[in-house]
Design a protein around this ligand. Structure first.
Ligand code: MN
Length: 500
């Protein structure tokens, strides 16, 4: 559903003509070497293409136009080997429609102390060339990643890699289509939002469909397709006795398989990257899609329940950013609390729809009543999540802007086994502590639905928010309520000025 091999970064070096051919040749040689090194670095998941050194405004503009028009190019890495006068960049940078990262590095790691002469000084001017470029980008008010250090340094590769993943998620979401089966859960506020604004801000289209549109697909699923899907379930999961071959609920498992194949085919036919459902709009479907959603999410489809298209967008972007990294990601909901002082934890789950990409073995497939919605009992995968560092992220619509709120958390084992809980779940401790994290989250208007990930970090989400130009708030080990409240107040002014 997503392949980094489809994308590339362009390595762009700034200079100017007055250095002469010899220096410019050295600059080009160094740039090519760095681009190749970055291209081969495991931390950066796409190829990095070397581009000829830019020495004039016309060349810069031509390159920007080429990048804008190139569907494979997810962004530019810019480097000023020498001094490249900022005014040369203004027209080009103003028309750049792709993300860029300013790599502030220099070719040599060590100064050649005993040999350094004016020729060396003339050729290696990143320290001031990068400042001229930085001023120009700041003067233009452009969002960009700034990465400082030697180009072989681990931290530099990691930061570039993180930003690359965000740039790929951006390219992916800009053309994305989300299918919304049914509308919003009635009366719910946070799952609503301005879909026109979403198109303007993220380039993502959210299209509504009646349940009849997907029911047609489910009805067209053949017995052979159901057999094939059920046999996958038998291979991958521990089936509850009633769902096994001679079990008395076997028909419900077959129905779940038909729903999965039907939705999958609908999404494939329409080239969708995400979807929403809501238990209040299920006309024609016998059961709420549970297992189907869990499996489709694990395959890369973004998902939001109760019509939550913003979560569908966000979980898709998180999936893309996390591809190839250790750990899965999922739609999540802050469901219920353990409030013993000093031991506070959040139990995250949903009615059903947690991606199996975050599961630990064993994954059992069970059938239980939903107790809400008045439909047949839905089939679902039940499991505990992997433990370790994770993030919860929420994209909300404040009316005049989108805000991305992120909380860094530590996923932990449940205090005790949960044998009676018939849904997939994660248990976590929020940073910096329960009281601060939850108060900050609530003050920020963070939703109950989140994109939860053990693959990516808040830095990926920060880079994504910067590229999308939306407000970003992180709640992490350094968060203090008094400062966070001020940040909220300041942001209110900053973003309202930005929108005038
Ligand atoms: Mn929900």
């Amino acid at each position: 559903m997503f392949d980094f091999d489809d994308y590339e970064l362009w390595f762009v070096t700034g200079s100017q003509e007055l250095y002469g051919d010899e220096v410019l040749q050295t600059v080009a040689d160094h740039s090519r070497e760095i681009a190749e090194y970055l291209s081969n670095a495991d931390e950066i998941p796409v190829d990095v293409a070397f581009k000829p050194v830019l020495t004039s405004p016309r060349e810069i503009e031509a390159l920007v136009h080429e990048a804008n028009a190139d569907a494979d190019c997810v962004g530019l890495i810019t480097w000023m080997h020498t001094f490249s006068p900022g005014q040369m960049w203004i027209n080009g940078l103003r028309s750049l429609d792709k993300p860029f990262a300013h790599l502030h590095t220099q070719y040599n790691e060590e100064l050649p102390w005993s040999e350094i002469d004016m020729e060396f000084m003339n050729t290696n001017q990143s320290a001031h060339g990068g400042r001229e470029f930085g001023f120009t980008a700041s003067r233009l008010g452009l969002n960009r990643k700034v990465v400082v250090g030697h180009w072989k340094a681990q931290r530099v590769l990691e930061k570039l890699g993180t930003w690359t993943r965000a740039a790929c998620a951006w390219e992916d979401i800009r053309g994305a289509k989300i299918a919304r089966f049914g509308d919003n859960m009635r009366h719910v506020a946070v799952t609503e939002g301005d879909k026109v604004e979403a198109k303007m801000q993220f380039g993502c289209t959210v299209s509504g469909y009646g349940l009849g549109d997907v029911v047609e697909y489910v009805d067209d699923v053949t017995d052979d397709e159901i057999d094939a899907t059920v046999s996958q379930y038998e291979t991958e999961y521990e089936l509850a006795p009633s769902l096994r071959e001679d079990g008395d609920r076997r028909d419900s498992l077959r129905e779940a398989a038909a729903i999965e194949v039907g939705i999958r085919t609908f999404l494939e036919d329409g080239n969708f990257k995400g979807f929403t459902t809501t238990f209040e709009n299920l006309t024609g479907l016998s059961q709420l899609p549970g297992l189907a959603v869990q499996r489709l999410m694990a395959d890369g489809y973004g998902f939001g329940p109760e019509g939550d298209w913003k979560s569908a967008m966000l979980t898709r972007a998180i999936y893309v950013m996390g591809q190839g990294l250790e750990g899965g990601s999922s739609l999540m909901e802050h469901y219920t609390y353990h409030l013993t002082p000093g031991e506070e934890k959040v139990l995250g789950a949903h009615m059903l729809e947690i991606s199996e990409s975050i599961a630990t073995d064993p994954v059992s497939v069970e059938i239980h009543p939903l107790d809400i919605g008045g439909k047949a009992d839905p089939v679902r995968a039940v499991f505990d999540a992997e433990t370790g560092p994770a993030v919860n992220a929420s994209l909300v619509d404040l009316g005049d802007r989108f805000r991305l709120v992120v909380n860094e958390v530590e996923s932990v084992e449940p205090d005790e086994p949960l044998p009676e809980l018939p849904v997939a779940r994660a248990v976590w401790k929020p940073k910096p502590d329960f009281e601060t994290a939850i108060e900050a989250w609530i003050r920020a208007g963070g939703a109950h639905h989140t994109g939860y990930s053990q693959a990516i970090t808040s830095e990926h989400l920060k880079d994504f928010a910067d590229i999308a130009d939306v407000e970003f708030l992180v709640i992490d080990e350094d968060t203090e309520i008094a400062a966070f409240e001020k940040e909220l107040d300041w942001n209110e002014i900053r973003w309202r000025l930005d929108n005038t």
